[in-house]
Write a protein that binds this ligand. Sequence first.
Ligand SMILES: Nc1ncnc2c1ncn2[C@@H]1O[C@H](COP(=O)(O)OP(=O)(O)O)[C@@H](O)[C@H]1O
Ligand SMILES: [Mg+2]
Length: 262
Amino acid sequence: MITDVVSPMTENHTPSLRIRDLRMSFGDKAVLSGIDFDVHPGQFVALVGPSGAGKSTLLRLMNGSHTPTGGSVSVLGADPSRCGRRELQQLRTRIGFVFQQFGLVGRLSALENVLMGSLGSLRLPRYGVASYPRALREKAVANLERVGLAAERFQRADTLSGGQQQRVAIARTLMQDAEIVLADEPVASLDPRASLSVLTTLRALSAEDGFTVVCSLHQVDLALQVSDRIVAVRDGALLLDRPTAETSEAQIRAVYDDQTEA
Ligand SMILES: Nc1ncnc2c1ncn2[C@@H]1O[C@H](COP(=O)(O)OP(=O)(O)O)[C@@H](O)[C@H]1O
Ligand SMILES: [Mg+2]
């Protein structure tokens, strides 16, 4: 049988994520009502949908911050809700998380913030750049270089622009050599130009290193420009799941329309 040409990453048949009939309620409020999809290694998935659709909840279920009410999540072959404490810690070292609010320590330099991404592999605490092993310092500088900020490495994080701060946060995640990066509205507080530039960088890094990305976005145009695949949710249900190349702007916009199509 002739099979499609697959990249080395997709030959690995363990999906990065396998989500089955995933349900989540908070009290008696149903937030996700039966979500199914798989994400394959190296894919860049844009998770779109209006505010309150359940995107953040879905991302939190993926890294084990929430336990599902029903159904299952498998991340890199493991179910975070069935992992013991240590196993979950272990699993989380393989999952990077990028937040809308960057999560940097403002008074520390860009470099030190990036170094903090390696703390999982070190004994705590660390004070100052010099307290990190040389190999990690070099890796941190290299990662800052990869996001275009080597020259700013000694600058305090709170003096950087929003786009630069999110780049630092991405460089920090790179320290983990994560297999999956989950990004929750990473560009929601940036202007359109910085947004595109940050996402394009994330996309390029994922292509170079082969890590999987699930990135929630509310800007449809950005989702179309940077992703391989669009997954749209609304009111906790999956409305659309298709390759970006086969998706039109109108199809995604429909997800945001109040009028449900017949
Ligand atoms: N911890 C929580 N407790 C109660 N309700 C929550 C909690 N987290 C989220 N929700 C509710 O779940 C729904 C989906 O939220 P969320 O996942 O944040 O959506 P999105 O990220 O798409 O904006 C919202 O109605 C929100 O109020
Ligand atoms: Mg959200």
